[in-house]
Design a protein. Structure first.
Lengths: 216, 216
DNA sequence: GTCTATAGTCGGATAGAC
DNA sequence: GTCTATCCGACTATAGAC
């Protein structure tokens, strides 16, 4: 892969991917036309065929791009080693959920990426496989390990796996059903204040879940 | 509205709606063609224009149908009055979440309806407004009331609203991200056994959340 | 109410000039 | 690598026979 990030082909390639992620995320793959994408990227229609072979190729390129971006942003979290003490594990889980929540709910880029990923995750496909292998699977496994230490349960047991999905799911909900949440909360937007409120609830939830599942 | 549920127009009308819900839910509104729907309903293409004016009209009719069906199915739950004791409220919350989970995860019809609703909820639109007003808003409010009794918190406070969304969100996750869950759990499907396992986790989660949020 | 034929639109892909 | 012109296919919607 030759590098020429500034000018020429690579620039329009990126512009196309970023425009496509935004449009696919907000309207869905089928609802977006290649012309729309080219316009938004200020590129030519032909360039999509040139760079990606066609619309499906562009979709895959978007998935790779998003997966890499998120992996990069989330990388620091994956490095640290597993603690031995339940309290330490609980604290790390809380912190992880907070990071996830802040990333998902308030970061602007993340909103775009999340919308794109969500659309893909809803139904099976090769994009989902790719994302699962590079992102979700690993992250979930690591959180299960933490949950195992925190509760004394077997990390790879169905119970732990499901509980961890519950923790992630509640956070995701506020992104998926954002319109509904805003309406019910009487919020115009989820800004700093609102995010802090939500994070507090999530943290309490994490502690509650761990306590409820704890062995003995 | 004239009734002739057995034969003629009303029958094909229903067939069209039911086929459309299934297809819209699994593939998305834009990805489905009116021909596909007509074929699946064993009806003629022209009948869509006749009964609903066009594809958008059919979409709205689907939303109304789903909202009414779910409202009917969930009606028994909404009748009972508010308990005074925290323990009773907790038990009712647990039961409500279990009902919701069984409905959402295992019931076949619900799976279809849920998939359709999810697609609509992701992005704002008049369908979402309708569904919020007839379904989600009321149900959420009632659950908040129960949560308030169970914890001693103010039912309409942001904290309670968010906590209740968390409870619902975790359940919804297993529907939204079903492909991911199946992969990670190493399940082929979410049958009776699997649903029971999940319900147990949800029940534990409810108790944990209430305990963690409880005042004093 | 049902069905067919057709008009009109739009989208993806391609070929080829630059 | 970029851009234009164009083809082909698929779709929705409409009009009208039955």
């Amino acid at each position: 892969m030759e590098k020429q990030t500034r000018t020429g082909g690579e620039a329009t390639r990126l512009a196309l991917i970023e425009a496509a992620i935004r449009l696919f995320g907000s309207q869905g793959y089928d609802a977006v036309s290649t012309r729309q994408i080219a316009d938004a990227a200020e590129a030519n229609i032909g360039s999509i065929a040139y760079h990606f072979g066609g619309k499906p190729g562009l979709r895959l390129a978007c998935a790779e791009y998003v997966a890499n971006r998120i992996a990069t942003l989330a990388a620091p979290a994956a490095v640290s080693s597993l603690p031995a003490e339940p309290d330490a594990a609980t604290a790390m889980l809380e912190a992880a959920i907070e990071r996830f929540a802040r990333f998902l709910v308030s970061s602007r880029d993340a909103g775009t990426y999340a919308a794109f990923l969500l659309r893909e995750i809803i139904q099976p496909g090769e994009v989902v496989d790719y994302i699962y292998d590079t992102l979700i699977g690993r992250a979930h496994k690591r959180l299960c390990a933490l949950f195992g230490v925190a509760t004394g349960l077997v990390p790879e047991s169905p119970q732990v796996k499901a509980a961890v999905f519950s923790l992630l799911g509640q956070v995701l909900y506020f992104r998926v059903a954002r319109p509904v949440v805003l309406k019910r909360m009487d919020w115009d937007d989820i800004g700093e204040t609102e995010t802090d409120q939500l994070v507090n609830v999530f943290r309490t939830n994490v502690r509650g879940l761990i306590a409820a599942h704890r062995k003995g």
